[in-house]
Design a protein around this ligand. Structure first.
Ligand SMILES: Nc1ncnc2c1ncn2[C@@H]1O[C@H](COP(=O)(O)OP(=O)(O)OP(=O)(O)O)[C@@H](O)[C@H]1O
Ligand SMILES: [Mg+2]
Length: 265
């Protein structure tokens, strides 16, 4: 079976700065990864490469059995569902919710034939329904709340039935209720065997959905630790990743962390 991702010594240099520095990372089918790291660690840069939006300066980036630089990114892109703030900013505010999702099917492949359009609409509707958005399909994207927008973006990322789903900070800007709703939905997605290999980027342990299997921890463009979540998400790795002395608290498959100084016990 081919790996979903096979990155070896992936490095990105801009000017004198190494945004990524020798990142090794493998994702296999069925895995659900959390990518943790502080602001500026290189998480979004790594997702840009995984989403075929950027080439590494050096190293090799294998994606779904192809090596970046040797394949046509436009053929691979429909196989990768990407949701990020940068992509959301490109969505015109006047676009209807249904269209935001349907147009993902047109992506980079140009106009589809007429008979596919009804099928696309049905799939988009079903995805919006799954993500609790079926009553808002005719609303303008720009009029949605942040939480609603995030769910539309995920439905859009799933529209092409991708083999890799990348969610760069899907819970950013959500209130507590919205975050908990999203975590629950992502946990269900993780449990769905038919769901693609998934990567979720976050700064916050509270946003790790139960059922996610692996974690990649980044700091200053380098990998601090990577592997199965249970063994890898330790206090030592977390403290090294965020540069603080942290206490890790686990409760029923959910996580949080606090500075050790603030710990009365
Ligand atoms: N074109 C560029 N030239 C120079 N530096 C850049 C460029 N693009 C990004 N950077 C820097 O690379 C670092 C990594 O950026 P990146 O967006 O990947 O971080 P991140 O981990 O996603 O951070 P955040 O958690 O804030 O989203 C940052 O310090 C950023 O300023
Ligand atoms: Mg980022």
């Amino acid at each position: 079976m081919t790996d979903v991702l096979d990155f070896a010594a992936v490095t990105v240099v801009r000017g004198k700065k190494r945004l990524l520095d020798g990142v090794d990372w493998k994702i296999r089918e069925g895995e659900r990864w959390v990518v943790l790291g502080p602001n500026g660690a290189g998480k979004t840069t790594l997702m840009q490469i995984a989403g075929t939006r950027m080439h590494p300066t050096s190293g090799s980036a294998g994606i779904l059995g192809e090596t970046m630089g040797r394949f046509d990114v436009f053929e691979l892109r429909p196989l990768i569902g990407l949701s990020s703030a940068a992509l959301a900013n490109q969505i015109p505010g006047h676009e209807t919710v249904l269209n935001v999702v349907v147009t993902a099917a047109y992506g980079t492949t140009g106009r589809w034939r007429e008979e596919y359009e009804k099928m696309d609409e049905r799939r988009a509707f079903r995805l919006l329904h799954d993500w609790g958005m079926s009553t808002l399909i005719n609303r303008q994207f720009g009029s949605l709340s942040e939480g609603e927008r995030k769910r539309v973006q995920i439905a859009r990322a799933l529209m092409t039935d991708p083999e890799l789903l990348i969610l760069d900070e899907p819970a950013a800007g959500l209130d507590l209720g919205g975050r908990e709703d999203l975590v629950k939905r992502l946990s269900s997605l993780a449990a769905d065997e038919a769901a693609p290999a998934t990567v979720l980027v976050t700064h916050h342990l509270e946003e790790i959905p139960p059922g996610f299997t692996h974690v990649l921890m980044l700091r200053d463009g380098g990998v601090v630790a990577s592997g199965p979540l249970g063994q890898t998400l330790t206090e030592a790795n977390l403290s090294a990743t965020f540069g603080a002395d942290l206490k890790l608290i686990e409760n029923g498959g959910r996580y949080t962390a606090v500075a050790r100084d603030s710990d009365a016990g």
